[in-house]
Design a binder for this molecule. Structure first.
Ligand SMILES: *Cc1c(COP(=O)(O)O)cnc(C)c1O
Length: 375
């Protein structure tokens, strides 16, 4: 048997006809960027994310960059975030000449430990990027309180967390701006790159609409220094079709996650691995299903699974504070021990809506035989 880490081919048959139909509609219109499809998608995503506004752009990475630009982040500013995230989160900060300040993670959720944020605030702190990793929200209430107290804005990196909730509030709707990615492998994935910003703030919305088109409000009048980051119509049309399935897909992901946990117990794996922790006051959308194993067994387990046709991956093997391009920040190994342990002890297992029961059994039995044969 072969169980890929994620499988877009399994999703395609059910929506293929509709996707080809809407793609044809875009070609018939010969309107390829920032048109009717994009506008409709913005309205639908705003509704889905419980925000007043949504602004399409070219990728999740650009969404982060645009959000910081709209927040006025620049040279000499500091932005607090996590080191245990996709590169784009911190890259956006550095690109604008600001300094990423990394705080430790919460060992259970792998998200930023909000209790450590206040100690990281300085005179230069302008913003916090809260990353909702793997599809689970950061504990936002204490963070919102700290941010309000110090007059700092919160930007949410919700690239992995569309539809996730913290106490009933959707990811992206709680801070000043939320950033979404529609990279094909994300829970809502386009047929290429795409991204979106969501906000309740009218000024941000207006500025973001300008910033994505080189800062112009009227044609060829550039009031701001922006970038070129437009949402294209083909992607918007594809995403509108898929958005109608997102709730069902999310429920399926949650069911698969629950089944993994039961199967781990049945297979006697509880002493060998730690299953993902879900906050009881949140809604986890399981973009990734990440287990934790002893560091000295992790790479071996990965090799074993790969050799038996079980897809797996590490998100992320090198924390950002130890990346070469961030050497100028002066970090060394040991600065963020909990983050570094997580990078050494975690493995993501296959999770996607179409994953079958038999496939899950196969994944779990391989993990069980790995630990049985070699411990
Ligand atoms: C995917 C991702 C991004 C970047 O999105 P792209 O659309 O790939 O540019 C940013 N942050 C996180 C946490 C992500 O997972």
């Amino acid at each position: 048997m072969n169980v890929p880490l994620f499988d877009l081919k399994a999703q395609y048959p059910a929506i293929g006809d509709e996707l080809r139909h809407v793609a044809g509609r875009v070609f018939d219109s010969q309107q390829f960027v920032l048109g009717a499809e994009g506008q409709a998608l913005e309205e639908e995503i705003a509704r889905y994310c419980q925000t007043k506004f949504a602004i399409g752009c070219a990728s999740g990475s650009d969404a982060l960059l645009l959000a910081l630009m709209s927040g006025g982040i620049g040279e000499g500013d500091e932005v607090i975030t996590t080191s245990f995230t996709f590169f784009a989160t911190a890259a956006a900060i550095s690109r604008l000449g600001a300094r990423p300040v990394f705080v430790e993670i919460d060992e259970r959720t792998f998200n930023m430990d909000v209790e450590r944020v206040e100690a990281a605030i300085s005179q230069r702190t302008k913003a916090i990027i809260a990353v909702h990793l793997y599809g689970q929200c950061v504990d936002m209430n204490p963070l919102l309180e700290i941010a309000a107290k110090h007059g700092i804005q919160i930007i949410e990196d919700a690239a992995q967390a569309i539809g996730a909730e913290d106490r009933g509030r959707r990811a992206g709707s709680m801070g000043a701006i939320g950033c979404l990615s529609f990279y094909p492998s994300k829970n809502l994935g386009a047929a290429g790159d795409a991204g979106m910003l969501v906000t309740n703030d009218e000024d941000h919305a207006r500025r973001l609409r300008m910033l994505r088109v080189h800062g112009e409000e009227k044609k060829y009048q550039h009031d701001l220094l922006g970038i070129n980051s437009r949402l294209d119509e083909l992607q918007a049309a594809v995403l509108r079709v898929k958005l109608r399935h997102l709730e069902d897909w999310t429920h399926a992901r949650q069911r698969k996650a629950q089944q993994y946990e039961l199967k781990f117990i049945d297979a006697g794996l509880s002493e060998h691995l730690i299953a993902p922790y879900s906050r009881s006051d949140g809604r986890h959308v399981f973009h990734l299903f990440v287990i934790r194993v002893p560091a000295d067994r992790r790479d071996e387990l990965q090799e074993y699974l790969s050799a038996h046709g079980v897809g797996n991956g590490v998100y992320y093997p090198v924390p950002l504070h130890l990346q070469k391009c961030f050497a100028y920040l002066g970090h060394k190994k040991g600065d963020l021990p909990l983050t570094e342990s997580a990078a050494a002890e975690t493995v993501a297992l296959p999770i996607y809506p179409e994953l079958t029961d038999a496939q899950q059994d196969y994944v779990v039995s391989n993990i069980a035989s790995f630990f049985k044969n070699k411990s």
